[in-house]
Each structure stands twice: as structure tokens, then as C-alpha cells.
Design a protein around this ligand. Sequence first.
Ligand code: NDP
Ligand code: MG
Length: 380
Amino acid sequence: MVRLAILGSTGSIGTQALDVVSRHRDEFSVTALAARSNGELLNRQVKDFQVKYAVLTRPKDGFVPESGAEWGFSDEAMSDLCALPDVDAVLVSVVGIAGLPLVLAAIEHGKKVLLANKEALVTGGKLVMDAAKRKNVSLLPVDSEHSAIFQCIQGNPNKNPCGIVLTASGGPFRTFTKEQIKNATVEQALRHPNWSMGSKITIDSASMVNKALEVIEAKWLFSMEPKDIQVVVHPESIVHSGVKFHDGATLVQMGLPDMRVPIAYAMSYPERLPEVSAPLDLTKFGTLHFEQPDFEKFPALGLVYPVLKTGGNAPVLFNGANEEAVSAVLQKRLPFYAIADVLSETLERVPVQEISCIEQVYEADRLARAVAKAIISDKY
Ligand code: NDP
Ligand code: MG
């Protein structure tokens, strides 16, 4: 029996993880759940899964917590869930850099980390990987591409691929012209062709910043040089990513686009759970397509390679500016197409600095957000 804490339980990943639990009650129990404001759903989850500990970090006025659980109402209380002795694995499925302290807390307490939140590795990659190594803690990827890569390297004794094929659907604007993207609305950006996800990652997919974040995530998880990570646009989202070996072989993992597969694999690793998703019938597709990403139309994706080359605080600035830009796009304070401009201008304005401790990460994040905010309010 694996005893879980799910941080971000009311979101797209959190609810799908609970769906996996509900079909495999003999293998998993849920000790703790946390969310930000959706108290109604969190209350229902607490009841359905007989959860002992619950945290709502920003409760709405008048929220009445479900009885039977011990409740907390702060970021600190959410982080403290990582220390519970009756938790074996922590699924970190909150959005943004808010995931970083949670991942570090879970590692510090020796818990297995099921990693959906990619921003933790984008901003704190080296610190997180060093801590996991020091504590001998497993980081199991939930992001579908990284799960695919992880699945492909199983069974290779020294697990040393020489390259990664990172697939991308291309999002809702793949076939748009540059001019059409310039006029794209937030509603259009929120209409992802293949995946139903939270709003932040859906906007990131439309701008292809999501793939940039995933290049950084892959670099850390699989100790890979950025030049060996090839982004390939694959509109059907059937090939979820893969690895290249020195002998010329490429292995990929395929399946219908269903996040429950990577979630369940991280939860049950190294076993596979039965009947998680519908089986794939390749004859129904007939043809799968693969193309080069268009860096002209999606300039934010192209920024990732110089950002990684610069290193230091640059990935933190990239992420912080993006979090601000996405939130402004969702609130219609910034046109969708301007995300890339906000990112490149923030990177130009903030001096490069080395990062050697967590405080420097949060400082770089604060600076990036302040600069991005100023750019957004001055220029748009
Ligand atoms: P959602 O917006 O759907 O859900 C986010 C969850 O986290 C909600 O439960 C939300 O609570 C909670 N939350 C958000 N911010 C905070 C905070 N500061 N403190 C406490 N709780 C918080 O996001 P997704 O599930 O789509 O994504 C979660 C993470 O997983 C992201 O990092 C994303 O990039 C990654 N990911 C998601 C995929 C997907 O298919 N959705 C695929 C691959 C990766 P509330 O509901 O109360 O606001
Ligand atoms: Mg992904």
C-alpha cells in the first residue's frame, strides 16, 4: 500500500491522480490533500478518500472545512504535509514556482517525489537534483514526455541515451500564420487540440513555452546536454517522446493522450497498473506526422537554448517572467502574442548572476516578476 500526499489535488493532474487511486484502492491510500482556493472540491475529496490531513492555502470567505480531517490554511501547512510519517510519496501538482519549496521539502523528508510540477526543476534544477542525490530520493516524472523518456530507458542497464526526442503537439496555433497568431485571443489559446489541462500550462502550450520548460526539465532529469534534446512537433500526440542510443536505435513510448498513464506509472513504478487507459489501435490513425518546430512563429521556444547556455539565474528569470506574462494574458492585460517579447526583454534587462542557494532563486524570481510587470504595464 502506497500512502500518498497530493499537493494540488483539485487541479487537472490532482483529480486524475485521485481517479487512478479510486480504481486501485488496494494499492493506494490518500493521507493528505492540498489545494489553493477550491474548498468545495477539496471537501468532497477529503470525504471520498477519508483523508486525515487537508490544507487550503487561500480559502474563500465563509469556507467550512469538512470534519474528520485535521486542517491547515497556509503555505507552510502545505509544506508540512511532506513531513508526515504516514506519507510514502508526494505528488507535487501545484502550478508554478510554488512547487519548488514543496519538492525540496518532500526530498528533505525522504519521500518519493511524483513530479508533475515542471517549474520546480526549471527554477531550482541543480538544487533539487543535488538534494535528491544526497537524500537518495527518487524523482519520478509525471509530465507525459518525461515519463515517456523514463519508460524508454528502463531495461537499458546503464540507461545512457545519447539524445532525447521531445515531442510537442504544436498547440492550437500550429497551423496559424505569424499574422494570425498576432491577433489570437486568450479564448483561442485556451482551446488545446489534444489535452485538457489547467489554464497556465494550456497557455504555455499555445506559446510553446511549455516545450521550453520541458527542455530544461529533461536536461536535469536525464543529465542531458541541451544540444542533444531535439524538439519535434507531432500534432497527433500519440508518440509521447523517446530516446536515441549510440547504436542508432530510437525508442519511443506511444499511447492515446491520457495523463492517467504517466500519473499511474509514477505512482506504481516499477510495476504497471492494469486498465489505466484505453489501448492504442495504430490502424485507427494510419499516419502520424512529425515536423520541425517553427521558431519564427514561436520565438519563446527558441529562447530556451541561449537561456540554458547562459545558465545561472537565466532559467529562473525566463520562468518568472513567463508566470507574470501568462497571468496577464489570462486577465486580458497582455495580448497572447506578446508573451515572447516580455520574456526576451526581461532577460535583457536583468543582469546574469550565478545561483548557489535557494534564496538566490527566489530573489531572481521576484526580480523577474517585477521587471516583467513593469514591461507589461508600460508597453501594453
Ligand atoms: P491546475 O491549474 O489544473 O491545478 C493546480 C492545482 O494546484 C489546483 O489544485 C490548485 O488549487 C493548486 N494550486 C495552484 N497553485 C497553488 C498554490 N500556490 N498553493 C497551493 N495550491 C495551489 O494545474 P495542472 O494540474 O494543469 O498542472 C499542475 C502542474 O503539473 C503544473 O506545473 C503543470 O505544468 C504540470 N503538468 C500538467 C499537465 C496536465 O495535463 N495538466 C501535464 C504535465 C505537467 P485550486 O484548484 O484551489 O486553485
Ligand atoms: Mg508535457
